[in-house]
Design a protein around this ligand. Structure first.
Ligand SMILES: C[S@@+](CC[C@H](N)C(=O)[O-])C[C@H]1O[C@@H](n2cnc3c(N)ncnc32)[C@H](O)[C@@H]1O
Length: 337
């Protein structure tokens, strides 16, 4: 076969005259918003300020975030993402919405954007907006955009008329100062009939064993986190305990809660639970130091060595493969009436 310009051009499958979308018009809005410092397109430069502390990288935008943002935290995020896909049989959410009907979806505290990007890929007719305090380098999809913003403040969307069918929140524990403000924003930015869905691991190690060592660091760290870290950080590490009530208080109806136990390690005889346990062990091991380090060293007078020693002790307990720990994953969904 010989190369022909004409043939290769014909293969491109593009119209010669570009058809116009009658609904197009939001660029005039963007021009207006571009003058506004809070627009998604004119991000405050402080969002790009990072600092190294005790070998981890943090950002300081809008008061910062007590957890690091670096390669280790990205591994932690992708592990959570893959674990949730396994738990939900490759579904991205449990709210009763047919995927083909999704048009607008928000992912709050999107992080690296694994969930937002995956859903956008699955649902090409949906516009997915990922919102986070922190900039990340992410893959680009035509129907997935990101905004750097504090989700507890007013949401300045590129399209101010946009109302979401689904607002998804996952693993935001320890990050948010004002949950009431966040849930109010979710409510205000959903369309009537739209769903909020939140998933959080409960920081409460439970065990099947009757002979749990009284000096277990896994258990002690949970208790210490719940009793001290939330207060010291001014952010709720315990949100899984209160999110159902807070979501109801924000005006959502048909609020339901589901709890799934995550084995810490591959100790289950069920093959799916075994894999979940592998993921959860990795999530715990890639997360623990980051959850503790800043709050313990800055607010609670721990040394870095003390934090690291506590983590190593907890990891050794897992590696001994004797105990059967599990943590509940709590999923709450609610509908805007
Ligand atoms: C542990 S990551 C979770 C990432 C993602 N949701 C996931 O499950 O893969 C938490 C993210 O929430 C973001 N975050 C915390 N507080 C926030 C806020 N008030 N507004 C927007 N993002 C926030 C953090 O910057 C961080 O990237």
């Amino acid at each position: 076969m010989t190369y022909s310009d004409k043939d290769s051009m014909d293969d491109l499958n593009l119209p010669t005259v570009i058809p116009v979308d009658e609904n197009y018009g939001r660029f005039s809005v963007l021009e207006e918003e571009d003058r506004d410092a809070s627009s998604a397109y004119s991000v405050a430069s402080s969002a790009y300020n990072f600092r190294m502390e005790n070998g981890r990288r943090y950002h300081d935008y809008r008061d910062g975030h007590p957890f690091p943002h670096d390669e280790v935290s990205e591994e932690n995020e992708i592990t959570m993402h893959e674990m949730c896909l396994l738990i939900l049989d490759n579904k991205y959410y449990v709210s009763p919405i047919e995927e083909p009907t999704l048009r607008a979806v928000a992912d709050i505290g999107t992080g690296r954007g694994y969930w937002a990007e995956g859903l956008a890929d699955k649902c090409p007719d949906a516009q997915v907006v990922g919102m986070d305090l922190t900039p990340h380098s992410r893959n680009i999809l035509p129907n997935c955009s990101y905004m750097i913003a504090d989700a507890t403040e007013e949401w300045v969307l590129d399209d101010p008329t946009m109302k979401f069918d689904l607002v998804h929140i996952r693993s935001l524990f320890g990050g948010v100062k004002d949950w009431h403000a966040l849930y109010k924003n979710c409510f205000d930015n959903l369309r009537s009939g739209g769903w909020i869905e939140q998933m959080e691991v409960e920081i409460d190690a439970q065990t099947l064993d009757s002979d749990t060592p009284p000096d277990s660091n896994i258990k002690a760290l949970c208790e210490y986190t719940r009793s001290h870290l939330s207060v010291a950080a001014g952010r709720d590490f315990d949100i899984s305990f209160s999110m159902k009530k807070m979501i109801e208080d924000a005006g959502f109806v048909d609020v339901q809660e589901k709890r799934i136990n995550l084995p810490l390690g591959p100790w289950s005889s069920d093959s799916k639970m075994k894999d979940i346990g592998r993921f959860y062990e990795r999530f715990y091991k890639t997360g623990l130091q980051g959850w503790l380090l800043q709050v313990c060293t800055r607010e609670l007078n721990w040394s870095v060595d003390q934090v690291n020693a506590a983590c190593i002790k907890a990891f050794r307990e897992i590696n001994e493969r004797k105990q059967h720990w599990y943590y509940p994953l709590v999923i709450v969904i609610g509908r805007k009436p």
